[in-house]
Design a protein around this ligand. Sequence first.
Ligand SMILES: [Zn+2]
Length: 367
Amino acid sequence: MKIAPLLFLLAVSLTPAPAKTKAKNVILFIGDAGGLSTINAVSAYGHNAPQKLYIQSMPHIGLSDTSTSAEWVSDSAAGMTAIVTGRKTRNGVISQGPDAVRGKQDGTVLKTILEYAEERGLSSAVISNMSMVDATPAACYAHANNRSMAGEIALQIASPRFGDGVDMVIGGGRKAIYAATEKLGANLDARLQEKGYALAASVQQIPKGAKRVVALFDGPDFDPLPVVDQAINVLSTNKKGYFLMVEWDMHTDNLKRGLDRGLVMDKMIRQVASKVKNDTLIIFAADHSFDILLRGGRIGEPLLPVEGRVEKRPRLAAIDGSHSGEEVVVAAQGPGAELVRGFMPNTQLFHIMMAAYGWKESPQASQ
Ligand SMILES: [Zn+2]
């Protein structure tokens, strides 16, 4: 059987050329469900004009496939696993291979870009307006055969496989996370404090300059701009560099909420882009698309229906409020961003980040 040469060819074709210049830091923004039609609608809604988002001005653009190892339409678990490990898996699975059986059996543990960073002594952080054990942040620092294993996922913050583990975990899900770890008989706070994390229950409680912090909130979205700004200040003190993932949910099953969050995401990327030096690769991507469609309306008129008015045919509609399977936009700037181009598999984002850092995949990652 001549399988080896074929595998070699596959590996070569998936590995991008080396980056022209190396990145010290990578910031990965994930607009959860923020596909092309959502980006388009956010500009129309927020700016009443086409292509006014910062994302739409970024110099390097590619189109990422979002299928999983087994399904055409991805959830956040399989979508984010592909982006941060370079391997496609099944829906519901968190950074384990497609040999995992959801809820039944563990699969191959896949090494994430955050773990590569930790192994090399860089700093790392995940920030989100969703629960910090939700699929998108979880896929960066945890491994589970089922995304709903909230307690097990949270406890993995305190039992890292590489380095000293993710340094900052800031976002939602507080009550549910503590309930899930208590159900497992674990004292999450004690385990985190043992590993040197400061704990916070609100943005205000995050100690200024804290290098290791787990801050879990409940309630409405926090303002991410000062939080991300502060996180970058702290992460930048590591001379080796950092990896930062910021997720902002952009699901548009609630149209207004999704579009408002899209505007927040865009503002955040604009601010970060003006702050960081040219040693930082910034990528915006979505883990999967959403079935929102712009079907009418006039420029200068509000995109969403005025409250109380019934529209026969809404200008903007989420067809049945589901994820959808088409490619999503990836936008990038900074060292290595030139590797973002054309149609590409979602796994390519991992290889692009690795190439930007100048790192080679370690063999255990493919086991
Ligand atoms: Zn998602």
